[in-house]
Unconditional design. Structure first.
Length: 232
């Protein structure tokens, strides 16, 4: 379970948000550009310092401003995939998938075994020795997802992961994401602008506007965003 209560003063408004995501649940976080979606993820990941927050993941406190608790990003066990995949272009697929494991100083045999497992699960084993700069968009996102899941995260966060993909690649990455979130029973937050993403992959949707929750519920029952978020 992820539970995050956070406040962050921004230039145009104050983000004041409470988020709860259950194990195995995909929550889609939606809203207009600049509504605070990526800021929310960055606070949870420890990349942005909140003014006030209490964030717990599987019972472990990651951040509590009241007593100064602030677990460094690299120790939060969060898999984070961005829109542009953020793969390292000069590295091979194998080295990209291994990156997070190596930073945790695991035994070489463990790294080798886990990298092989996740390349197989993401159907990229045949690309193991290919440099990431030579991959298609869909292949890069599968590499990024494999890297995020190989560390066996307690939370998976995806920021517009399908935006730059073609239809076939999008469906493949959606299917793989949903499968492994359910199999691993980890909470997942998916940032997207598309209602179709939310209804196809999300268990629950949360719409925010200027840092505040406007609507939360089952994606298929979501009203049109323009009727929920009153930003002009």
């Amino acid at each position: 379970m992820l539970e995050a209560v956070m406040v962050k003063r921004l230039r145009d408004y104050t983000l004041d948000l409470t988020i709860r995501v259950k194990p195995g649940e995909i929550m889609t976080l939606m809203g207009l550009n600049g509504s605070g979606k990526s800021t929310t993820l960055n606070i949870i990941a420890g990349l942005l310092l909140p003014d006030s927050a209490t964030i717990t993941l599987r019972g472990e406190c990651l951040c509590r401003t009241d007593d100064g608790t602030d677990v460094p990003t690299e120790y939060r066990r969060i898999g984070y995939v961005l829109q542009n995949s953020s793969v390292f272009p000069h590295m091979t697929v194998r080295d990209n998938v291994a990156f997070g494991l190596r930073t945790r100083h695991l035994q070489r045999s463990v790294i080798t075994e886990r990298v092989a497992l996740w390349m197989d699960r993401m159907h990229i084993s045949d690309l193991a020795d290919v440099r990431a700069k030579n991959l298609s968009g869909g292949q890069k996102q599968r590499v990024a997802l494999a890297r995020a899941l190989a560390i066996e995260p307690g939370l998976l966060m995806l920021d517009e992961p399908f935006a730059a993909l073609d239809t076939e690649s999008t469906q493949t990455v959606k299917d793989l994401t949903r499968r492994f979130v359910k199999d691993m029973q980890i909470p997942c937050i998916l940032v997207t602008h598309r209602l179709s993403d939310s209804t196809e992959i999300g268990d629950r949707a949360c719409v925010i506007c200027q840092g505040r929750k406007e609507w939360e519920g089952i994606p298929g029952r979501m009203p049109e965003l323009c009727t929920v978020c009153h930003c002009k």
